[in-house]
Design a protein around this ligand. Structure first.
Ligand SMILES: Cc1cc2nc3c(=O)[nH]c(=O)nc-3n(C[C@H](O)[C@H](O)[C@H](O)COP(=O)(O)OP(=O)(O)OC[C@H]3O[C@@H](n4cnc5c(N)ncnc54)[C@H](O)[C@@H]3O)c2cc1C
Length: 389
C-alpha cells in the first residue's frame, strides 16, 4: 500500500491531522490500534475549555483554548452540549484568588459575567449554599467519540483512509529517514507495509514509544487522572472551583451523568488506567466543597486516562531520579521535527496540548508536514465545517 502521509493515532489530534491534510489535497492513511477515540481522547473529562481554568497558571494555553473553543463552536456545533460554565468561590476557597483570575480572563479575552450568589443558587440549587461568588463563562461539554467519528467521516469524504485495530509495530527507512511503516491487523494477525513520504506520530501518551521504534528519543510527562460519573447531571452548567488547578475541582454534566474529577498522578505507562482508592476519596471530598450532597450520589462509572504532556522544563534530574512536577507541565503543545532534532527525516511528532486545542495542533503539524513535502496549501480547518456522524 502507498500513501503520502501515514498518521499514527486515531485520537482527536491524529484525526484532526488527517482532516487537515486531506483538505489540503494530500493522500492520508491513519492507523489506529484500537477504535477511534479509545486512547486518552475517549477517557477525558469532557470539557471544551474556554481557557478560564488556565488563566492563572498558563496564559498561553488559556489563549489557545479560547481561540479554539470559538472555532469549534462554529465548525462542529453538533459535538457540543452548550451547557455554559460557572466558576464558583466556595466557603473554603481564598477570596484573594479572584482578582488575579479576573485579570487573567481579561488578558486572554475570555468573557466573564459575575452573578449574584443567590442567582447562581437559583440556577444551580445543588451548589453549596454558602457559595460566595459565581462567574459565568461560555464553557461547553464535548462528546469526544462523536468528534473523532465526525473527523473521520469528514477526512474520508476527502479521500483519507482509516485502518482501525491496526498497530504500527515497525518502520522502514533509508539514509534519508523513514519511508514507511509496518502495521499489524490486531484482529487477523496479518501485517501490511505502507510506503509513504512522511509519518506523523500522533500517538498521544504512546508517542515516545512510537518514536523509539522509529529510532528517535524524547521524554514525556505522563500524568494519570481519574473521573467518577454520578447518576444524573446534578448541575446544568459545568462548575469549576475558583482556585489554582487542583484535584477534583471540575464537575461536568455529560449526557445523563455528572462527571467529577480529576487527579494528577505521575506514571511511566501510557496504558495506566488504574484508579486508586485515595483518588476516589479525594475527588469526592474535593467535589463536596462545592456540591455538598455528592457523597450520597451513586457512582455509575469511573475511568482514568493519561495526559500526553511534554515539557522538558518541568523535568529535572537529581540523585532521586527524574522529578516531574506534572501540575506545572504546560498544557500547550510542541511539534517535534526529528530531522532537525535527531537527524531522522520523514517523521514528525505532535505532543502535549488538550482535546480543546486539537485543531490548532493539527494545523501546526500539517503546516510542518506540508513544508517538508513541498506542498504549498494553507490550512482550511478554521472555516470548513466538520460533517456530523
Ligand atoms: C484525566 C484527563 C482529563 C482531561 N480532561 C480534558 C478536558 O476536560 N478538556 C480537554 O480539552 N482536554 C482534557 N484532557 C486532555 C485530552 O484528553 C488530551 O490532551 C487529548 O485527548 C489527547 O489526544 P491525542 O489524540 O493526542 O491522544 P490519544 O487520544 O491518546 O490518541 C492517541 C492514539 O494513538 C493510538 N496509538 C498509540 N500507539 C499506536 C500504535 N503503535 N499504532 C497505532 N495506534 C497507536 C492509541 O490507541 C490512541 O488512540 C484530559 C486528559 C486526561 C488524562
Amino acid at each position: 500500500m502507498e500513501t503520502d502521509v501515514v498518521v499514527i493515532g486515531g485520537g482527536a489530534t491524529g484525526a484532526g491531522v488527517a482532516w487537515d491534510l486531506s483538505l489540503r489535497g494530500i493522500d492520508v492513511t491513519l492507523v489506529e490500534m484500537g477504535d477511534m477515540g479509545t486512547g486518552t481522547s475517549g477517557r477525558y473529562h469532557g470539557l471544551l475549555h474556554t481557557g478560564a481554568r488556565y488563566v492563572a497558571s498558563d496564559l498561553t494555553s488559556a489563549r489557545e483554548c479560547f481561540q479554539e473553543h470559538t472555532i469549534i463552536r462554529r465548525v462542529a456545533p453538533h459535538v457540543l452540549d452548550d451547557t455554559g460554565g460557572l466558576f464558583v468561590l466556595s466557603p473554603s476557597d481564598e477570596e484573594e484568588f479572584v482578582d488575579g483570575w479576573l485579570d487573567g480572563c481579561e488578558a486572554a479575552n475570555i468573557p466573564v459575567q459575575e452573578l449574584d450568589a443567590s442567582e447562581a443558587l437559583d440556577r444551580e440549587p445543588l451548589l453549596h449554599p454558602g457559595t460566595r461568588r459565581a462567574f459565568e463563562v461560555p464553557d461547553a461539554a464535548c462528546d469526544s467519540f462523536s468528534l473523532c467519528g465526525a473527523l473521520r467521516r469528514s477526512a474520508e469524504s476527502e479521500g483519507a483512509k482509516f485502518l482501525v485495530y491496526h498497530k504500527v509495530e515497525g518502520f522502514h527507512g533509508d539514509n534519508g529517514g523513514i519511508t514507511g511503516v509496518r502495521a499489524t491487523d490486531l484482529r487477523s494477525g496479518e501485517t501490511q507495509d505502507i510506503r509513504c513520504s512522511m509519518v506523523v506520530n500522533a500517538a498521544g501518551p504512546w508517542a515516545a514509544e512510537v518514536g523509539n521504534a522509529a529510532g528517535v528519543e524524547f521524554g514525556m510527562v505522563l500524568s494519570r487522572g481519574a473521573m467518577l460519573a454520578f447518576n444524573g447531571r446534578w448541575t446544568s452548567a459545568i462548575v469549576s472551583r475558583l482556585r489554582p488547578p487542583g484535584d477534583g475541582d471540575i464537575f461536568v454534566p455529560l449526557g445523563y451523568s455528572g462527571v467529577a474529577g480529576t487527579t494528577s498522578v505521575p506514571t511511566d505507562d501510557p496504558g495506566d488506567t488504574r484508579i486508586e482508592d485515595w483518588e476516589r476519596e479525594r475527588i469526592i471530598s474535593e467535589t463536596e466543597t462545592f456540591l455538598p450532597g455528592i457523597r450520597r450520589g451513586k457512582i455509575l462509572r469511573s475511568w482514568a486516562g493519561v495526559r500526553p504532556l511534554y515539557d522538558p522544563d518541568t523535568q529535572s534530574d537529581s540523585a532521586e531520579g527524574t522529578h516531574v512536577d506534572n501540575r506545572k507541565a504546560t498544557r500547550t503543545f510542541d511539534v517535534l521535527d526529528h530531522e532537525e532534532e535527531d537527524g531522522v527525516g520523514g517523521i514528525l511528532t505532535i505532543v502535549g496540548g488538550k482535546l480543546t486545542t486539537f485543531r490548532l495542533m493539527a494545523e501546526k503539524t500539517s503546516d510542518a508536514a506540508c513544508e517538508k513535502l513541498g506542498v504549498d496549501k494553507t490550512c482550511l480547518t478554521a472555516e470548513a465545517e466538520i460533517l456530523a456522524t
